[in-house]
Ligand binder design. Structure first.
Ligand code: RTP
Ligand code: MG
Length: 140
């Protein structure tokens, strides 16, 4: 498996509880390198665009309001098989189903306030990275 890049968000529930460093350490321990990182606060329009794929889901409004409620940390993670590796270290969407040692098992509050986002495929990773970062900001 080749070196990949994936996109990650440390979500409002985690930044609010000062867990940015603890979550970043989980990525690094898993062999992922943080090649870009910034703390930002999304507008409602940006959140709605980013989560457009979920616009028909019942939780869409709640999800967008949550994602703008506090600053977030957006990052690009690089490594061998980075997309799958990140999903593995994140754990299942619902923390009740997440495996021991995963970020969501240790830190997430609920299925909605679940501490991290990670891209789910190479196409979405490329789109999500380009949504938040310019080429100049990516320093492998
Ligand atoms: P993500 O996109 O954030 O990495 O998480 P995921 O793939 O594990 O989950 P996905 O199905 O893509 O859902 C996106 C985010 O929406 C919120 N959600 N809330 N209340 C609910 O039933 C519900 N279901 C999903 C979560 O914040 C989830 O991460
Ligand atoms: Mg998803």
């Amino acid at each position: 498996m080749a070196i990949q890049r994936t996109f990650s968000i440390i979500k409002p529930d985690a930044t609010k509880r000062n867990l940015t460093g603890a979550i970043a350490a989980k990525f690094e321990e898993a062999g992922l390198r943080i090649v870009a990182s910034k703390r930002i606060q999304l507008s409602l329009a940006q959140a709605q665009t980013f989560y457009g794929v979920h616009s028909e889901r019942p939780f869409f409004g709640e999800l967008c309001e949550f994602m703008i409620s506090e600053p977030i940390v957006v990052q690009v993670l690089e490594g061998e098989d980075a997309i799958a590796k990140n999903r593995e270290v994140m754990g299942a969407t619902n923390p009740a189903d997440a495996a021991d040692g995963t970020i969501r098992k240790e830190f997430a509050l609920s299925i909605g306030e679940n501490s991290v986002h990670g891209s789910d495929a190479p196409e979405t990773a490329a789109e999500e990275i380009a949504f938040f970062f310019s080429g100049l900001e990516l320093v492998g």
